[in-house]
Design a protein around this ligand. Structure first.
Ligand code: SAH
Length: 491
């Protein structure tokens, strides 16, 4: 397939001719206004916006009769030829196909690139979808065949390249010549820029700590002589419950910038697929029954990768600070003076509640929520059972599938009613989500019958009964694509 040759044209003081005065011409003009082009509009009538631009001196308008047919049009054809000849670019934005054809033919003959709006056959150059961040400009073209896709791609880039990119580009532009003087070798300079951008600078700019960014850059330029390695860093990122749509935009950005991703088994493949292709992945499994990586081993890996100057994303299911040992990892990094940051994620309690239609709080049924873990008997011994057994509150119990007998016994002993509703949400937010509803009195038996497996979250409290009424995700909501999902109603 023949490719288009992309180019960014400097139109300052160069004549650009736009033929047509309607909405289409207006759109094309909007993109031309701040290029400094010498714009001439030919039309029998121009829109109010164009009149305003004309009033501000941003473009010139010639109101002319554009009829080129037959003998009467002879003079108009001759005039058009004159103006096209003086232009560098022509945009034909009229709804008269004859006229557009004529302009395209003129352009060809006079070697003036002509864009015929919405006409793939006639057009000689395409106007791309554009993303602008300061002096940085990305232009995306589908050669006119799928403009909607091009626009969507632009929107995706828009999300990735936030507004701070413009500030960053401006900063680098100001420092360009001192840097060039200091590092004369081209390939060394490129490497230096890469290292710089892998380091702290983008983050400082993003946080609008512009003075600190300037100082950082100055120091980096100072240090070029000693050719230091960039400093590694660790970003603790919450991957959410599994559905990649529940990642934050920031998490996505971090995944795409990572050199190394150290992740748990709980992180879904769909999420991992969004990471930079050539990022190294290290699985640190901690689930019982699998090859186990101890927390100490994880610490060693994090320190080793950061010491090698890498950008390490420590990716955890849900939120890193909710039963994720994120705190311990940060303490370690702090001890070793490794820079870090944290991106929160949607924790299982929020995700499972939402995807099972169970509001965690409700004015009539629950005024507080407690996140607890029932990992093992020891962790359960540390819980305040009388407080947990109070009514009008919701318990979200993590890692509790193995301890349901003990859990029921303690709650009943402390006075929680046997008819308190519960929901067990297995694989919450994922395609294979199951929700099992029941009452505290039969909790362990119900779970065994349904063979509930990890990862599953227990929601216990009056609100759990609402799951029957408010469920929306899964088989019962009538979406055949999710037929595998069942809501087992055993109460
Ligand atoms: N940091 C995580 C929790 C890690 S502990 C978070 O914030 O979600 C692991 C436990 O989380 C699992 O045993 C299970 O109880 C719960 N969990 C995580 N993802 C889940 C999911 N998709 N569905 C149900 N429970 C989940």
């Amino acid at each position: 397939m023949q490719r288009l040759y992309p180019l960014f044209a400097d139109l300052r003081d160069r004549r650009v001719l736009v033929v047509g005065g309607g909405a289409v011409a207006e759109r094309k003009l909007a993109a031309l206004l701040d290029t400094g082009a010498d714009i001439l509009v030919l039309a029998d009538q121009v829109s109010p916006a164009m009149q305003q631009w004309q009033g501000k001196g941003q473009l010139a308008v010639q109101q002319v009769n554009l009829d080129i047919s037959g003998l009467t049009g002879l003079l108009n054809r001759w005039r058009l030829r004159r103006v096209v000849q003086q232009a560098w670019l022509v945009i034909a934005a009229t709804d008269d196909r004859n006229l557009n054809c004529y302009l395209a033919a003129l352009g060809k003959r006079l070697r003036v690139f002509t864009n015929v709006v919405d006409d793939l056959e006639l057009t000689q150059f395409h106007v791309p979808a554009v993303l602008q961040r300061g002096p940085l400009q990305a232009a995306i073209s589908s050669a006119g065949v799928a403009p909607v896709l091009a626009r969507r791609m632009r929107s995706q880039l828009e999300v990735l390249l936030d507004e701070s990119t413009a500030e960053l580009a401006g900063l680098l532009a100001r420092w360009r010549s001192p840097i060039k003087q200091r590092i004369t070798d081209v390939s060394r300079r490129r490497q230096w820029y890469d290292d710089l951008l892998d380091g702290e600078l983008p983050r400082l700019v993003k946080q609008r700590r512009l003075e600190a960014a300037e100082q950082y850059l100055a120091r980096a330029v100072e240090m070029t002589a000693s050719a230091q390695r960039p400093q590694g860093r660790v970003i603790l990122v919450g991957a959410g419950p599994g559905d990649p749509g529940l990642l934050t935009i920031q998490a996505l950005r971090e995944l795409q910038q990572a050199d190394v991703i150290v992740h748990d088994r709980l992180v879904s493949d769909e999420v991992l697929n969004l990471a930079r292709r050539d990022a190294e992945r290290i699985l640190v499994a901690k689930r019982a029954g699998h090859h186990e990586t101890t927390q100490d081993q994880i610490h060693t890996i994090l320190l080793r990768e950061a010491a090698a100057g890498k950008r390490v994303v420590r990716l955890k299911g849900g939120d890193p600070f909710v039963f994720g040992r994120g705190g311990e990892e940060l303490q370690l990094l702090r001890q070793h003076a490794v820079p870090y940051s944290v991106v929160p994620g949607i924790s299982a309690a929020m995700a499972c509640a939402a995807y099972a239609g169970i509001p965690l709080t409700h004015r009539d049924y629950a005024h507080s929520v407690r996140l607890v873990t029932a990992h093992c008997q020891r962790s359960m011994d540390q819980l305040d059972w009388p407080a947990l057994a109070q009514d009008s509150q919701t318990l979200a119990v993590y890692m509790g599938v193995g301890q349901l007998d003990l859990l029921r016994a303690r709650l009943l002993a402390c006075g929680r009613a046997a008819h308190t509703p519960f929901a067990l949400v297995e694989n919450g937010s994922r395609e294979n989500q199951r929700v099992i509803l029941g009452q505290l009195g039969e909790l362990p038996e119900t779970a065994r019958d349904a063979q509930v497996k990890s990862p599953a979250l227990l929601l216990l409290g009056e609100v759990a009964a609402l799951g029957r009424q408010l469920h929306w995700f899964g088989g019962l909501s009538g979406q055949p694509a999710q037929a595998a999902t069942v809501l087992r109603d055993v109460a």
